[in-house]
Ligand binder design. Structure first.
Ligand code: ADP
Length: 313
């Protein structure tokens, strides 16, 4: 069952398009990763999907409701964990949650029950009476998540929820996300850490410069780079380089090979067999390989192949 669908979403700020025609659908209970470097347009996409800013054009449906026609209904179905922590430092966890819960027009007994429940879920019951200013960054993030799930949203938007926090809180957040997904909550998770996508997500989209470059299951995405990316500098007679490149392209264990100045970059189908064949081929043409670099088959390698950039550049 599809919980969220967006079609051709566009957002411009001052005539600059920062989200440039994005479309995707999310299944109920899915954990979907939106992966991309800083400035790719992830937060802007989340802000549109969660009714915080209006798209310049495009459509968004949540559980079948059009966001433009039913903004109020939709706001009750979604939760947002923003990148910036939004809590009152002088209040304790109970007080913060009661304040945020009051925005969802829940009855008092229900709110009291939910506050107790979410504090338990994020592991803050013991510290709930302390002012938030005493909390670590990770505890604040967990409380922020608690505030966003008080009203049992169908879709939860999480914008880089683990940036700058301790490993214990991070693991707690991962575990919580898995639990919520198992209970049927749909989660859209943005990050520039590919390990998180590997660890958590069913599917992911890789975004850059406002566009989705690829979208698939993690396994399918990683398989696009076969056995990894291999690059090296070619040394020898430059007149032979084009011939060498052609020969390398014809090797059975190589999926793609390119030459840029002296640097050869290859997508390798089987790295164990390929290296020997490459070396034999170079020797045959009196060329040498220097500065060999092997990148394993990961989402980072896929991003590098697609854009020539590293995710965290
Ligand atoms: P990400 O979350 O992937 O880091 P953002 O969605 O925050 O990317 O930003 C995408 C681009 O849009 C950036 O170049 C950013 O400077 C620009 N941008 C975001 N919000 C605004 C705004 N309110 N006004 C102008 N430009 C913005």
């Amino acid at each position: 069952m599809i919980t969220l669908r967006c079609e051709n979403l566009i957002k411009s700020f001052n005539h600059t398009m920062v989200v440039n025609g994005i479309s995707f659908s999310l299944e109920k209970g899915e954990i979907f990763g939106l992966l991309g470097p800083n400035g790719a347009g992830k937060s802007t996409t989340i802000s549109m999907l969660s009714c915080q800013i209006r798209p310049t054009s495009g459509q968004i449906f949540i559980s079948g409701d059009d966001i433009q026609e039913n903004e109020k209904v939709i706001k009750g179905k979604i939760g947002v964990v923003p990148q910036e922590i939004a809590l009152y430092d002088g209040l304790n966890a109970y007080e913060n949650l009661h304040f945020f819960g009051s925005l969802y027009s829940m009855s008092k007994p229900r709110l009291t029950q939910k506050v107790k429940e979410v504090l338990e879920r994020v592991g803050l019951t013991e510290r709930a009476k302390e002012p938030v200013r005493n909390y670590s960054g990770g505890m604040k993030r967990r409380l922020n998540i608690a505030a966003s799930i008080l009203h049992d949203p169908e879709v939860l938007f999480m914008d880089e929820p683990t940036v700058g926090i301790d490993p214990q809180s991070r693991n707690h957040i991962y575990e919580l996300i898995r639990q919520m997904s198992n209970e049927g909550m749909t989660i859209l998770y943005t990050t520039h850490y590919m390990e998180e996508v590997n660890l958590l997500c069913d599917r992911a989209a890789i975004m850059d410069s406002g566009r989705i470059l690829v979208m698939d299951s993690i396994k399918q995405l990683v398989s696009q780079v076969y056995d990894g990316l291999l690059s090296f500098e070619l040394e020898g007679d430059q007149d032979r380089f084009d011939t060498v490149l052609q020969k390398l392209r014809n090797l059975s264990d190589i999926a793609e090979a390119d030459l840029d100045k002296q640097v050869v970059t290859m997508l390798v189908k089987d790295s164990k067999n390929a290296l020997k064949k490459i070396l034999d081929c170079l020797e045959e043409h009196q060329c040498k390989m220097v500065q060999l670099n092997i990148l394993p088959p990961t989402l980072e390698t896929l991003f590098l192949k697609l854009t020539g950039k590293k995710l965290r550049e």
